[in-house]
Design a protein around this ligand. Structure first.
Ligand SMILES: Nc1nc2c(ncn2[C@@H]2O[C@H](COP(=O)(O)OP(=O)(O)OP(=O)(O)O)[C@@H](O)[C@H]2O)c(=O)[nH]1
Ligand SMILES: [Mg+2]
Ligand SMILES: [Zn+2]
Length: 331
């Protein structure tokens, strides 16, 4: 028989959560992890197994944390009523599609992010970079997982484009339908560890989860032949357990990933450009033709690809930190 602690540790419980629960609280409440979020109810798992409960925390205000998948939640022993969300190790969120003022929570308490993309016509460096910025912002170790290597003659070209995004970036190329091929990902999925899979629809996130689990339990669907994009098959964010005790958090493919408050992530992914911009004559240079602009010089002499500069400007302006908006001040 497993002890309560063993069960919780397998769910990802650790000292950073247990230290948030007072002795008095531990007497009436128990911790559970949010496995999936459905409309009006959430699936949670704890020492007493899995169950569905209400996601609404009585008395919680709009600024309080609401449970999302991956969260640790205290619930009342007797009634299963949620009491509060424990402070998170990290939280993935984005701007809500259709309403840029709102944020949408994606996943909490993640150990590793698999940024999934496929080696086909839908591959996009700009999109990978966006996910990379998100991972840096959230402070979670990213691994780029390139799927469908069986459908291309040149998987290494795709891998090289991903590698070029950041020195030292982990990039794995796999056939998501082949158990031997996905085995290289096992080290991130050990007991109690949570891996979130993010990426566009149709790249093979759910396929990968099925293959790593060795069971076809999640629905997958063929992509459109016309443009290689997916059909938005997965609709819930849900944690799936591996036999070894790790957790895979499958998510619905995103049409767009609009970042929110990602200044830090952007500056980490583009640290070389920020370093370069320090050498511009104006401290608030917008790199749009000002005199003595180090960035323009680098584009002109070929050290900085202009496409990369454009991606940086686009992300920075989305994040509300538009360098061109301010007036010019010489250093
Ligand atoms: N040949 C090949 N096909 C793959 C691979 N990975 C996934 N597929 C296929 O790609 C299609 C889409 O896969 P899914 O796993 O449904 O994609 P998803 O990322 O979960 O998509 P959404 O749930 O819509 O976000 C399916 O037909 C899979 O069988 C791969 O490595 N090789
Ligand atoms: Mg899916
Ligand atoms: Zn400049």
């Amino acid at each position: 028989m497993q002890s309560t602690t063993e069960i919780l540790e397998e769910l990802g419980w650790n000292a950073r959560f247990s230290e948030q629960v007072s002795r008095a609280e531990a007497e009436q409440y128990q911790p559970v992890r949010v496995m999936a979020v459905h409309r009006g109810k959430i699936a949670v798992a704890g020492a007493e197994g899995q169950r569905f409960i209400s996601p609404y925390i009585p008395g919680a205000g709009p600024s309080d944390d609401h449970p999302t998948v991956g969260d640790w939640l205290l619930i009342h022993d007797a009634t299963s009523e949620p009491i509060r969300v424990l402070r998170r190790m990290n939280l993935f969120k984005r701007r809500a599609p259709g309403d840029p003022r709102k944020e949408q929570m994606i996943a909490a308490n993640v150990d590793t992010l698999f940024i999934v993309a496929s080696c086909n016509q839908d591959f996009s460096v700009a999109r990978l970079e966006r996910y990379l910025v998100l991972a840096r912002e959230v402070g979670v170790n990213p691994v780029v997982v390139l799927t469908k290597t069986d459908l291309t003659d040149a998987p290494e070209t795709f891998a090289a484009m991903a590698h070029a995004l950041q020195p030292g970036l982990r990039v794995e190329t796999i056939n998501g339908r082949d158990p031997a091929s996905v085995a290289c990902l096992a080290s991130w999925c050990s007991k109690g560890k949570t891996v979130a899979l993010l990426g566009s629809s149709g790249v093979g996130k759910s396929t990968l989860v099925n293959t790593l689990r060795g069971s076809v339990s999640i629905a997958t669907q063929a992509i459109r032949a016309r443009d290689g994009t997916g059909r938005h098959t997965t609709t819930v964010r849900e944690m799936h357990r591996l036999d070894r005790g790790g957790w895979l958090l499958d998510t619905p493919g995103m049409r767009e990933l609009q970042l929110s408050d990602a200044a830090e992530g952007i500056s980490e992914v583009f640290d070389d450009l920020i370093e370069m911009a320090r050498r511009c004559r104006f401290s608030d240079c917008a790199h749009r033709g000002e005199p003595d602009c180090a960035v323009r010089t680098a584009i002109a002499d070929g050290t900085l690809p202009s496409a990369r500069f454009d991606r940086w400007q686009k992300l920075a302006s989305e994040d509300g930190d538009h360098p061109g908006r301010r007036t010019k001040r010489p250093r």
